[in-house]
Design a binder for this molecule. Sequence first.
Ligand SMILES: [Zn+2]
Length: 236
Amino acid sequence: MIRTLCLSLALSLGAAVVTPSAVSAQQSSHASSPSMPSATEVWNSLMEGNGRFVAGKSQVRDLVSLRQKLASGQSPKAIILSCSDSRVGPELIFDQSLGDVFVVRTAGNVADAVALGSIEYAVDHLHSPLLVVLGHQKCGAVNAACSGEKMPSPNLDAIVEKINPAVAQAKSYAHGDDLVEAAIKENVHQSAKDVFANSEIIRDAVKSGKLKVVEAEYELDTGRVTQLNASASHHN
Ligand SMILES: [Zn+2]
């Protein structure tokens, strides 16, 4: 039931981006071609891109020809769930370009139903092998959750409610100035956990080895992205 719903949603999403026939062609080319790199290769290429960004040596790209080439379809190598914060644009900090990364952004990188549906589309139809859950230093959404203050709207409340379990976890060992930073890391774990717990499609993809999940944090001061979970895989 959930799968059927998702497939029809994904098909309409596909139709909005490229024609349905292009979606089918892309699917069949994926099924027959092993051209998609492995999750580890993709993560390594993202980290190389982050190294170029940190060093101020981001690549110069011919966006016009890339745009024209990509008009017939997309095959992003990674899905990135990140915060909406204007300072953490994933394409920039990983030095990627058009068509490289399928980005889902919400304040506090929370994985709500719409974010999960977006990730499911990329997993199920675009076959991206890697999902990066990316938090960042000085996250305003996590800071708001740590403050415990009442939010001015139900929508803002919905964000904070997704972060609250991470704050509770962080409070068990961190206090004062350390609390927000600890909660930011816990919130990355929490989002990765929510992704796994609340999406059958993503869970199946991880279990069958088609998708790996990397938890990471972006540091505003240095521009560096650091992996938080030890290996490029996810658990239960
Ligand atoms: Zn943030």
